[in-house]
Design a binder for this molecule. Structure first.
Ligand SMILES: [Fe+2]
Length: 242
Protein backbone atom coordinates (compact mmCIF):
# COMPACT_ATOMS: atom_id res chain seq x y z
CA UNK A 1 0.00 0.00 0.00
CA UNK A 2 1.38 3.36 -1.01
CA UNK A 3 1.80 6.28 1.33
CA UNK A 4 -0.99 8.18 -0.42
CA UNK A 5 -3.33 5.19 -0.07
CA UNK A 6 -2.53 4.97 3.65
CA UNK A 7 -3.11 8.66 4.00
CA UNK A 8 -6.51 8.41 2.24
CA UNK A 9 -7.47 5.52 4.50
CA UNK A 10 -6.58 7.49 7.60
CA UNK A 11 -8.61 10.46 6.36
CA UNK A 12 -11.59 8.23 5.60
CA UNK A 13 -11.37 6.64 9.03
CA UNK A 14 -11.33 10.08 10.60
CA UNK A 15 -14.48 11.11 8.74
CA UNK A 16 -16.36 7.86 9.44
CA UNK A 17 -15.24 7.99 12.98
CA UNK A 18 -16.76 11.46 13.34
CA UNK A 19 -20.04 10.39 11.74
CA UNK A 20 -20.59 7.50 14.17
CA UNK A 21 -20.07 10.03 16.94
CA UNK A 22 -17.17 8.30 18.56
CA UNK A 23 -15.99 11.74 19.58
CA UNK A 24 -18.85 11.74 22.08
CA UNK A 25 -17.18 8.84 23.81
CA UNK A 26 -13.69 10.19 23.50
CA UNK A 27 -14.49 13.84 23.96
CA UNK A 28 -13.27 15.66 27.00
CA UNK A 29 -15.56 15.51 30.02
CA UNK A 30 -16.62 19.13 29.62
CA UNK A 31 -17.77 18.52 26.04
CA UNK A 32 -19.82 15.49 27.02
CA UNK A 33 -21.44 17.41 29.88
CA UNK A 34 -22.28 20.21 27.44
CA UNK A 35 -23.85 17.70 25.03
CA UNK A 36 -25.92 16.21 27.84
CA UNK A 37 -27.04 19.65 29.01
CA UNK A 38 -28.10 20.54 25.47
CA UNK A 39 -30.05 17.27 25.25
CA UNK A 40 -31.87 17.97 28.54
CA UNK A 41 -32.61 21.53 27.45
CA UNK A 42 -34.07 20.33 24.13
CA UNK A 43 -36.19 17.74 25.90
CA UNK A 44 -37.42 20.37 28.34
CA UNK A 45 -38.43 22.74 25.52
CA UNK A 46 -40.21 19.90 23.72
CA UNK A 47 -42.22 19.03 26.84
CA UNK A 48 -43.25 22.67 27.31
CA UNK A 49 -44.20 22.88 23.65
CA UNK A 50 -46.23 19.67 23.79
CA UNK A 51 -48.15 20.81 26.88
CA UNK A 52 -48.81 24.17 25.24
CA UNK A 53 -50.29 22.39 22.26
CA UNK A 54 -52.51 20.38 24.60
CA UNK A 55 -53.74 23.64 26.11
CA UNK A 56 -54.42 24.94 22.61
CA UNK A 57 -56.40 21.80 21.76
CA UNK A 58 -58.60 22.46 24.76
CA UNK A 59 -58.75 26.12 23.71
CA UNK A 60 -57.33 27.14 27.09
CA UNK A 61 -54.46 29.04 25.65
CA UNK A 62 -53.72 31.35 22.84
CA UNK A 63 -50.16 31.43 21.67
CA UNK A 64 -49.93 35.21 21.93
CA UNK A 65 -51.26 35.34 25.48
CA UNK A 66 -49.03 32.64 26.88
CA UNK A 67 -45.96 34.05 25.15
CA UNK A 68 -46.79 37.51 26.46
CA UNK A 69 -47.19 36.17 29.98
CA UNK A 70 -43.80 34.46 29.78
CA UNK A 71 -42.18 37.67 28.48
CA UNK A 72 -43.73 39.82 31.19
CA UNK A 73 -42.82 37.24 33.81
CA UNK A 74 -39.19 37.14 32.73
CA UNK A 75 -38.99 40.93 32.78
CA UNK A 76 -40.30 41.06 36.35
CA UNK A 77 -38.14 38.12 37.43
CA UNK A 78 -34.99 39.71 36.05
CA UNK A 79 -35.82 43.08 37.63
CA UNK A 80 -36.31 41.35 40.99
CA UNK A 81 -32.96 39.58 40.64
CA UNK A 82 -34.16 35.97 40.40
CA UNK A 83 -31.44 33.44 39.72
CA UNK A 84 -31.18 31.57 36.42
CA UNK A 85 -32.85 28.41 37.75
CA UNK A 86 -35.76 30.41 39.17
CA UNK A 87 -36.14 32.25 35.86
CA UNK A 88 -36.38 28.91 34.06
CA UNK A 89 -39.07 27.77 36.51
CA UNK A 90 -40.84 31.09 36.04
CA UNK A 91 -40.95 30.60 32.28
CA UNK A 92 -42.53 27.15 32.73
CA UNK A 93 -45.00 28.41 35.34
CA UNK A 94 -46.00 31.41 33.22
CA UNK A 95 -46.63 29.20 30.19
CA UNK A 96 -48.26 26.23 31.93
CA UNK A 97 -49.85 27.60 35.14
CA UNK A 98 -53.36 26.57 34.01
CA UNK A 99 -52.42 23.13 32.68
CA UNK A 100 -54.59 21.64 35.46
CA UNK A 101 -57.69 23.07 33.74
CA UNK A 102 -57.37 20.09 31.40
CA UNK A 103 -59.03 18.20 34.25
CA UNK A 104 -61.99 20.59 34.60
CA UNK A 105 -65.19 19.75 32.67
CA UNK A 106 -65.93 21.97 29.65
CA UNK A 107 -69.38 22.73 31.07
CA UNK A 108 -67.60 24.63 33.86
CA UNK A 109 -64.70 26.07 31.84
CA UNK A 110 -67.01 27.49 29.19
CA UNK A 111 -69.97 28.46 31.33
CA UNK A 112 -70.90 31.97 30.22
CA UNK A 113 -72.44 32.78 33.60
CA UNK A 114 -71.18 32.90 37.16
CA UNK A 115 -70.16 29.51 38.57
CA UNK A 116 -72.27 28.10 41.39
CA UNK A 117 -70.42 27.20 44.64
CA UNK A 118 -69.99 23.56 43.66
CA UNK A 119 -68.63 24.43 40.22
CA UNK A 120 -66.32 27.04 41.70
CA UNK A 121 -64.98 24.50 44.21
CA UNK A 122 -64.12 22.19 41.31
CA UNK A 123 -62.54 25.01 39.29
CA UNK A 124 -60.32 25.80 42.29
CA UNK A 125 -58.80 22.34 41.98
CA UNK A 126 -56.88 23.24 38.82
CA UNK A 127 -53.63 24.30 40.58
CA UNK A 128 -53.51 20.94 42.34
CA UNK A 129 -54.23 19.06 39.12
CA UNK A 130 -51.43 20.97 37.38
CA UNK A 131 -49.00 20.23 40.20
CA UNK A 132 -49.95 16.54 40.20
CA UNK A 133 -49.10 16.23 36.50
CA UNK A 134 -45.95 18.37 36.27
CA UNK A 135 -44.27 17.03 39.39
CA UNK A 136 -44.00 13.65 37.64
CA UNK A 137 -41.53 15.10 35.14
CA UNK A 138 -37.90 15.17 36.23
CA UNK A 139 -36.69 18.78 36.24
CA UNK A 140 -40.21 20.22 36.53
CA UNK A 141 -40.74 19.51 40.24
CA UNK A 142 -40.07 23.08 41.35
CA UNK A 143 -42.17 24.66 38.59
CA UNK A 144 -44.96 22.25 39.62
CA UNK A 145 -44.87 23.72 43.14
CA UNK A 146 -44.89 27.25 41.73
CA UNK A 147 -47.98 26.33 39.69
CA UNK A 148 -49.63 24.79 42.78
CA UNK A 149 -49.51 28.19 44.48
CA UNK A 150 -50.39 30.57 41.63
CA UNK A 151 -53.81 31.39 43.17
CA UNK A 152 -52.55 32.14 46.68
CA UNK A 153 -53.25 35.70 47.84
CA UNK A 154 -50.64 37.87 49.52
CA UNK A 155 -52.88 38.29 52.60
CA UNK A 156 -53.43 34.53 52.99
CA UNK A 157 -56.99 34.42 51.58
CA UNK A 158 -56.14 32.49 48.41
CA UNK A 159 -55.99 28.78 47.62
CA UNK A 160 -55.10 25.92 47.84
CA UNK A 161 -52.94 26.35 50.96
CA UNK A 162 -53.81 29.84 52.22
CA UNK A 163 -50.12 30.80 52.23
CA UNK A 164 -49.31 34.45 52.82
CA UNK A 165 -46.61 36.96 51.82
CA UNK A 166 -43.14 35.39 51.63
CA UNK A 167 -44.55 31.90 52.30
CA UNK A 168 -45.82 32.04 48.72
CA UNK A 169 -43.04 31.18 46.24
CA UNK A 170 -41.83 34.31 44.45
CA UNK A 171 -42.50 32.71 41.04
CA UNK A 172 -46.14 32.08 42.06
CA UNK A 173 -46.47 35.71 43.22
CA UNK A 174 -45.21 36.94 39.85
CA UNK A 175 -47.48 34.63 37.84
CA UNK A 176 -50.45 35.73 39.96
CA UNK A 177 -49.94 39.41 39.05
CA UNK A 178 -49.27 39.03 35.34
CA UNK A 179 -52.03 36.44 34.88
CA UNK A 180 -54.58 38.68 36.61
CA UNK A 181 -53.51 41.70 34.56
CA UNK A 182 -53.66 39.69 31.34
CA UNK A 183 -57.14 38.39 32.20
CA UNK A 184 -58.34 41.92 32.98
CA UNK A 185 -57.23 43.54 29.73
CA UNK A 186 -58.04 40.61 27.41
CA UNK A 187 -61.34 40.45 25.59
CA UNK A 188 -63.30 37.21 25.69
CA UNK A 189 -66.26 36.16 23.52
CA UNK A 190 -68.61 37.11 26.35
CA UNK A 191 -66.94 40.31 27.58
CA UNK A 192 -64.69 43.15 26.51
CA UNK A 193 -61.31 43.60 28.19
CA UNK A 194 -60.91 46.43 30.67
CA UNK A 195 -59.13 49.60 29.57
CA UNK A 196 -55.43 49.55 30.43
CA UNK A 197 -55.79 52.35 32.99
CA UNK A 198 -58.60 50.53 34.82
CA UNK A 199 -56.55 47.32 35.00
CA UNK A 200 -53.63 49.31 36.42
CA UNK A 201 -55.96 50.87 38.99
CA UNK A 202 -57.30 47.47 40.07
CA UNK A 203 -53.81 45.97 40.38
CA UNK A 204 -52.74 48.95 42.48
CA UNK A 205 -55.79 48.68 44.75
CA UNK A 206 -55.18 44.96 45.31
CA UNK A 207 -51.43 45.36 46.00
CA UNK A 208 -50.84 44.14 49.56
CA UNK A 209 -54.10 42.13 49.74
CA UNK A 210 -54.37 39.90 46.67
CA UNK A 211 -50.97 40.72 45.18
CA UNK A 212 -47.38 41.17 46.34
CA UNK A 213 -46.93 44.97 46.27
CA UNK A 214 -43.27 44.68 45.22
CA UNK A 215 -44.20 42.56 42.20
CA UNK A 216 -47.06 44.92 41.27
CA UNK A 217 -44.74 47.94 41.47
CA UNK A 218 -42.09 46.22 39.38
CA UNK A 219 -44.58 45.08 36.72
CA UNK A 220 -46.35 48.44 36.50
CA UNK A 221 -43.08 50.32 36.16
CA UNK A 222 -42.37 48.81 32.77
CA UNK A 223 -46.00 48.22 31.78
CA UNK A 224 -46.89 51.89 32.21
CA UNK A 225 -43.71 53.03 30.51
CA UNK A 226 -44.05 50.80 27.45
CA UNK A 227 -47.59 49.63 26.79
CA UNK A 228 -49.40 52.92 26.10
CA UNK A 229 -46.74 53.84 23.51
CA UNK A 230 -47.01 50.46 21.80
CA UNK A 231 -50.77 50.70 21.55
CA UNK A 232 -50.81 54.31 20.51
CA UNK A 233 -48.42 53.41 17.69
CA UNK A 234 -50.82 50.63 16.68
CA UNK A 235 -53.52 53.27 16.41
CA UNK A 236 -55.76 51.53 18.85
CA UNK A 237 -56.65 51.48 22.50
CA UNK A 238 -54.51 49.44 24.86
CA UNK A 239 -57.35 47.08 25.72
CA UNK A 240 -58.39 46.18 22.19
CA UNK A 241 -54.81 45.67 21.06
CA UNK A 242 -54.01 43.12 23.75
FE1 LIG B 1 -55.16 29.54 37.27
Amino acid sequence: MSNSQISALVDRFAVTHKKVSLPSLWAPESLRIKELEEGVSTLRSSVICAFNQLLDLKDLNTGVHSTRLAEWGMRVGQELGLEEQELQNLEVAALLHDIGKMGIPDSILRKPAKLDPEEYALMKKHPEYGWAVLRMLPGFERAALDILHHHENFDGTGYPAGLKSSEIPIVSRIVSVIDAFDAMVSSRPYRTGLPFEEAVRRLTVAAGTQFDPVVVKCFLTFAQAEMPTVFAAAGTSVASAL
